[in-house]
Design a protein around this ligand. Structure first.
Ligand code: C2E
Ligand code: CA
Ligand code: CA
Length: 652
């Protein structure tokens, strides 16, 4: 799941907001620290102390002057000089102190400094450097007069300094207090910002992580069952092969195909089918160890990788347990579904050493399990490999057979039992293979269905049979009808163009009933096929239900689809004896069909007895070697013209 556009937009907006906040906070802090720096740099205490010292020394000097007037001996001379020097140095400190200038800056300061400057300029001459000078009373008076106007200014400066010092220290206290408050607020604010930022980042990261996990899940796991999909299965098998190369252990690969799953899906809908697949996946998972990989390749096909295989018996045990688990009923809404599985097993490294060949082997073994009657497991053998190769070759040949004109139709008469008349035939396809010779439909129809070639083939059969029907309507019987066999795959395929069939009928000026379509019962349960069947019927074609009795034989469908003919399967006919269950069944089928207005064809009649029994039961038509094997069109023409059916006549 990707992050939505609005989410991204909001996230960028919030990040921008956070950045702005950081900048504002930073600038406030910079400003605050500037103020504090000022306050610390200009020390008002030092300034007020300096001014105070200056005032004190000015007074001391005045006192010195006073005592000099009284007694101006050498010691007094020296004392006065010392006081003068200290006074001057105090003046120098206050004058050159940058803080003083900054803090006291103003009229008082300027006046005091100017007056002091002037005082020292004028009196400097009385205190020349070095010994041997003397200060007389006259000079003392001059000094005293010059000092007089200076003293109040110095006092005023000292007062101002103290005043400013108090003011400044109060203001600084305020600033420090504010700074502490602001700093605390900023720290809290920054803490919240940082928390918010981390929260957003963590959310974003976990979002990215979960969307990454979603993508991985989608790419590697089957959405319906939650099992590893084909891609992950390949990865795991490759990994297990690498492990096995190191450890020398064997791996078993199972290919599992559910039997009859398609019927459940077709008859009960995809929801029931999906639920069954989920349950089957669960049962498979429970049948193996946690370290084994159960994967779904698609549809009703699963694979299981069993690594670290000790003895072959383990595989058999697991195979049995899977078969057992899958034959248990699958509860659905109001009924239980029963399925089974066909399992193909191949072993690494005995049968193959790479993923593709292992999978191919297991698949082939699975097909053999199916063909042997399903609900079983079968091991891969090298024979199977050869067979699979032959199969591939046959599919390859099949693709060019139609354009090479290697197919032909044989016709087997369908005889009216009460009169012996032939005015119907079943068209049966044959393939003259360039190297293998005459092939029966069972050898290639399933392959044609699997590869989709059946559609093209079916169209050819239809066209060919219609042309033949048109001929025989002229030469044998104006009501002549040819039955063609149609497989469910062919009927469902969108490429089967029924409008083309209609076109051929019109071209040959034939009514729809010149053709009958033989279908098997399973078609009626497939919704798509059933719909197309109705379209076929609307063209006037008749419908014959083939191999009746071997499939579902759901009687309700007979009425629903307006079936014209019902063909009793040859397996019932071949063991027909009075008193046998088949005898009773045939009687019942004929009776029921007649009641529904359906005519009956019995297939596979080989003996005169069989013909007689069926005729006595009231069966309408018969077909079988007794009358004729499937023959070429020209032989059929001769056969029908003679009107006398020779028993067991051989076709070419
Ligand atoms: P089906 O539709 O049941 O055809 C009848 C099969 O029974 C034919 O086999 C026929 O030769 C055989 N048969 C007829 N009379 C007797 C008999 O007295 N005794 C015995 N033992 N067999 C008899 P065939 O021609 O080998 O066809 C086999 C199946 O192949 C057909 O069974 C049909 O399902 C399929 N098939 C044949 N032609 C076509 C075709 O053109 N299209 C399609 N889709 N399937 C076809
Ligand atoms: Ca048939
Ligand atoms: Ca049949």
């Amino acid at each position: 799941m990707a992050i939505s556009r609005t989410r991204k937009y909001w996230l960028s907006l919030v990040s921008l907001g956070l950045l702005l906040c950081f900048v504002v906070v930073l600038s406030i802090q910079v400003r605050q620290s500037g103020l504090l720096k000022n306050a610390i740099e200009y020390n008002e205490n030092e300034v007020s102390w300096g001014s105070f010292q200056l005032e004190r020394e000015a007074l001391n000097f005045q006192l010195g002057l006073k005592s000099a007037f009284e007694e101006l001996d050498d010691e007094a001379q020296a004392q006065l000089r010392l006081r003068y020097d200290i006074f001057w140095s105090r003046y120098d400190v206050v004058k050159n102190n940058p803080s003083a200038r900054k803090i006291l800056d103003g009229k008082e300061y300027d006046q005091a400094i100017t007056l002091l400057g002037r005082f020292f300029d004028e009196t400097e001459q009385y205190f020349p450097p070095g010994p041997g000078y003397r200060i007389g009373t006259l000079q003392l008076r001059h000094i005293s007069q010059t000092l007089e106007p200076v003293l109040p200014k110095v006092q005023a400066l000292a007062n101002l300094s103290i005043h400013r010092a108090i003011e400044l220290s109060e203001s600084r206290n305020r600033q420090v207090r504010d700074q502490i408050l602001i700093s605390t607020a900023l720290v809290i604010f920054q803490f919240i910002l940082t928390l918010t930022f981390f929260y957003l980042v963590i959310r974003l990261v976990s979002k990215l992580q979960s969307s990454h996990e979603d993508l991985t899940r989608l790419a590697n796991y089957d959405q319906l069952t939650g099992l590893p999909n084909r891609r992950l299965f390949y990865d795991r098998l490759e990994q297990e092969i690498r492990n096995a190369e190191r450890s020398g252990m064997r791996i078993a690969l199972m290919y599992i195909d559910l039997d009859n799953f398609k019927d459940v899906n077709d008859t009960q809908g995809h929801d029931v089918g999906d639920a069954l697949l989920k349950e089957a996946a669960l049962r498979l998972t429970h049948s193996v160890r946690k370290s084994d990989t159960v994967a779904r390749l698609g549809g009703d096909e699963f694979t299981i990788i069993l690594p670290g295989l000790g003895d072959a018996k383990a595989v058999a045990r697991i195979g049995e347990s899977i078969l057992g688990a899958l034959t248990e009923p699958f509860p659905s809404n109001d009924r239980a579904n029963f399925i089974s599985a066909s399992i193909g097993v191949t072993i690494y490294p005995d049968d193959a050493r790479d993923v593709n060949n292992l999978l191919q082997n297991a698949d082939q073994a699975m097909y053999v399990a199916k063909s042997l009657g399903r609900n079983r497991y079968h091991y891969f053998t090298q024979d199977m490999h050869a067979q699979a190769q032959a199969r591939m070759r046959r599919i390859h040949d099949l693709r060019s057979a139609l354009s090479n004109r290697e197919f032909c139709l044989r016709y087997q008469p369908i005889v009216e039992l009460s009169t012996g008349r032939i005015y119907k035939a079943e068209a049966l396809i044959r393939w003259t293979h360039p190297t293998e010779g005459f092939l029966s439909p069972n050898d290639f129809i399933p392959l044609a269905e699997e590869t989709g070639l059946i559609v093209e083939l079916g169209n050819w059969i239809c066209e060919e049979a219609l042309e033949q029907s048109a001929v025989w309507r002229k030469t044998i019987d104006p009501e002549f009808q040819i039955s063609i066999n149609t497989s469910p795959v062919q009927l469902c395929a969108s490429e089967t163009r029924l409008d083309a069939w209609h076109g051929w009928l019109e071209q040959l000026r034939l009514p729809g009933n010149a053709l009958a379509m033989e279908i098997t019962e399973s078609i009626l349960m497939n919704e798509d096929a059933a719909e197309r069947l109705l379209a076929v019927q609307s063209m006037g074609l008749e419908v014959s239900l083939d191999d009746f009795g071997t499939g579902y034989s759901t009687l309700s469908y007979l009425k629903k689809f307006d079936i014209d003919y019902l063909k009793i399967d040859k397996s019932f006919v071949q063991s027909l004896k009075p008193g046998s269950s088949d005898f009773v069944l045939c009687e019942a089928i004929i009776l029921m069909a007649h009641k529904l207005g359906i005519r009956v064809v019995a297939e596979g009649i080989e003996t005169e007895d069989q013909r007689r029994y069926l005729a006595q039961m009231g069966c309408d038509f018969g077909q079988g070697f007794l009358f004729s094997r499937p023959v070429s069109a020209s032989d059929f023409q001769r056969l029908a013209s003679s009107r006398t059916i020779a028993c067991g006549q051989e076709g070419s």
